[in-house]
Design a protein around this ligand. Sequence first.
Ligand SMILES: [Zn+2]
Length: 252
Amino acid sequence: MFFAVFIFGLIIGSFLNAAIFRLHSGEGIVSGRSKCVHCGHVLEARDLVPVLSFIFLRGRCRYCKARISWQYPIVELITSIAFILLASNYELRITNYEFWIQAFFICTFIIIAVYDYKHYLILDKVVFPSLGFAFVFAAVSGQQPIVNSLLGALAIAGFFGLQYLLSKGRWIGLGDVKFGLLFGAVLGLKLSVAGLFLAYFIGALAGMALLALNRKKLSDKLPFGVFLSTAAIVVLLYGEKILAWYENLTGL
Ligand SMILES: [Zn+2]
């Protein structure tokens, strides 16, 4: 069963890679065949096997030998690992519709993270349809009261919006404010506040690591959407456990 989820995650991950590329190039997400970004050669099935093609081709295009980005196998593996963790959360009941809802949001967060990392941009056409879906899900399922989603969205977007206004867009981008709506709506008030702390913590760690490795200067801007997305996925998977641990610790 784990193996099936692992393979399924790899396939979805490779679809996410294609979606990230096509969101940028403006091609349709579903239509058209995958091509090498360097030579334009149409890729065959044997070139598109997740992770394995990358290993067998030693990270180069079969036709023009140009380097293929590490993004491809990394996104495939991350998606796959996230799906396995999610499946083990639901004790492998992938017949549970909650599994699929959460898997959908994990995919959204992965797309936002990679796109922001590459292009320093969070796309409205990714954020707003997912936001609509989050509210519909909250309204229909009763799993998460819609008030909780609304409060989460307002709290996180309000927090970012205030920073945006105060700094006239220097501390934080408008894309982060809109992403704050989605972040809060998916996680709900309590978990989204926990997720926000986690995002800043991850951001600080990453910033220090990059400074130590001399990869970035203090003045460089880091794409905050990457840290928010990472935190959102962790909280989606383990939020309830993190909260329980925290409440236990502080006796609240
Ligand atoms: Zn090529």
